[in-house]
Design a protein around this ligand. Structure first.
Ligand SMILES: *[C@@H]1O[C@H](CO)[C@@H](O)[C@H](O)[C@H]1NC(C)=O
Length: 498
């Protein structure tokens, strides 16, 4: 018995050893296989990338990227790839970035709408008889009109960014990419340049019954509500641009289930637009950026700067009252008249030379003055109780702005004492923060990491879960014909669809 047991133990031990040896060998062979496989794979990818970059660089040089005289509003940028010398190095960087962690891009489906809704408003026409809907922006970028039009030009920058996202040498900043299958998209982008349409075509000409702006909105509503994509979500996953407070005046009441991109909610009832579903985007500043700002608290001689129209309707009476309260302070600059083209230089000088810049509600809660102040590194003093600020879910404005309630600002000496009470250290902290955040309000083409274009797309992306919730909720009773949601009943959607 004892002997038998002993031989059994020996037998089991031998088998165990054999097993262990076999498993280790297999693992060893497998690991080599994986190592070889993965390095080979990477090398192939690298080669493909490099090869592609050389080819497209040559293409670009031949085609020649023309931006005409838009140096100012393109900030003089050309697509990086035009510069062959930069290419190798940049591509190296790009690979590292990708390995680190690239956040998933927002997938955007864009309607191929007739150019009359977008670049046609900029007098762009497809060459010859071609049915092209979009300009080939690698060759030619239709310029956007300058001056005050630019304030609301987000429609232009966002559309250009989507178009560029498809080119082989797309900008590296890629918060959004265009997709062509709407079922795979997070949101559906409606490329109507509504602010430009308002600015340029709201007048009714003698031979017309309605303005072109109105006509286009009617057409748009018809077009959208007839589309499968709209019907699928009741428009809730659509992104509609209406940055100018008066743009989309007719269509907004029909398209409101969509996500609007706005400057504020001043002229919207809360049912049509609200912070839950909509995105507030910055104005493009008209004051020149303060590059290489070496100023400090003492070198900025003006304490408080305001330039704007004074006698405004509605909420604008605060401006007038403040003027009377502040007019005897010798280091306060308070002047009237909006910043027209020739005034830009003077206003630029004034804001670059001021410690604080007033931003008072006018006939709407927001104005581009705030963004002028940020670009000037002039600490904004915001007196606008109903203002909504861009990206406030990720940016704490109190770090670089001073907020004053209108009712407080109108108390004798309240404002001036508050401002004079802010120490040099405190001001300097805010000034430094302004220099850090200013890039979030810059519109570039090609778009850059963390600029306004990227920030807006990211803000849209943060709304996607809300959009999905709303879409799913709206489908709860889709089997019953009666009882569509209240907000849908006013929509020109066939009632039985819901
Ligand atoms: C679009 O995407 C959906 C969902 O992924 C897929 O079922 C459909 O086949 C795609 N359509 C086309 C034309 O590729």
């Amino acid at each position: 018995m004892v002997e038998k047991n002993a031989s059994n133990v020996g037998y089991v031990a031998r088998n165990l050893l054999l097993c262990l040896f076999l498993v280790t060998s297999i693992l060893f062979v497998l690991s080599w296989f994986f190592v070889l496989h993965s390095t080979g794979h990477n090398r192939f990818l690298d080669y493909a990338l490099l090869h592609k970059s050389i080819l497209s660089t040559a293409d670009d040089v031949n085609s020649g990227v023309s931006t005409r005289d838009n140096v100012e509003h393109y900030n003089g940028d050309r697509p990086d790839n035009v510069d062959g010398e930069m290419d190798g190095r940049e591509r190296g960087d790009c690979r590292c970035e990708k390995k680190e962690k690239a956040p998933a891009s927002l997938k955007v489906y864009m309607y191929d709408m007739d150019p009359e809704f977008h670049f046609g408003l900029l007098d762009w026409k497809p060459e010859g008889n071609s049915k092209r809907v979009w300009p080939d922006i690698q060759k030619y970028i239709p310029p956007y009109p300058g001056g005050l039009n630019l304030q609301h030009s987000i429609e232009y920058w966002l559309t250009l960014d989507l178009l560029a996202s498809e080119y082989p040498d797309a900008p590296k900043a890629k918060a959004a990419v265009r997709v062509h299958n709407s079922s795979e998209a997070d949101v559906v982008f409606v490329p109507f340049f509504s602010s430009l349409s308002y600015n340029r075509f709201s007048k009714v000409n003698p031979h017309q019954k309605t303005s072109r702006n109105k006509e286009l909105q009617e057409k748009l509503v018809k077009l959208l509500t007839g589309r499968e994509e709209w019907k699928r979500s009741g428009g809730r996953d659509h992104v509609v641009l209406a940055h100018h407070p008066n743009s989309m005046l007719d269509a907004r009441n029909k398209l409101f289930p969509a996500m609007f991109i706005l400057s504020d909610f001043g002229r919207y009832p809360p049912t049509v637009a609200n912070l839950e579903k909509d995105v507030i985007a910055p104005y493009k500043h008209v004051i020149k950026s303060y590059e290489n700002d070496m100023s400090d608290f003492d070198s900025r001689l003006i304490l408080l700067y305001f330039q704007g129209a004074i006698y405004r309707k509605d909420g604008g009476f605060v401006r007038q009252e403040l003027f009377y309260l502040l007019r005897d302070e010798k280091d306060v600059h308070f002047s009237f008249g909006s910043v027209k083209n020739d005034g830009v230089n003077k206003a630029t000088q004034g804001m670059h030379n001021s410690k604080f810049c007033l931003n008072i509600a006018g006939d709407t809660p927001s104005s581009n003055r705030l963004f002028d102040a940020i670009a000037s590194h002039c600490v904004p003093v915001i007196i606008s109780d109903d203002i909504e600020l861009p990206f406030e879910d990720v940016i704490d404005y109190s770090e670089f702005s001073v907020f004053v309630r209108a009712s407080d600002a109108l108390k004798e000496n309240f404002l001036i004492n508050l401002i004079r009470g802010i120490s040099k250290d405190e001001w300097t902290r805010m000034w430094k923060r302004l220099k850090e955040v200013e890039k979030f309000y810059e519109f570039n083409f090609p778009s850059k990491e963390g600029d306004a274009v990227q920030m807006i797309w990211q803000a849209v992306a943060r709304k996607v879960p809300t959009v999905k919730t709303r879409v799913h909720k709206s489908r709860r009773y889709s089997r019953t014909v009666t009882g569509p949601e209240k907000e849908l009943s006013s929509l020109p959607i066939p009632r039985n669809f819901w």
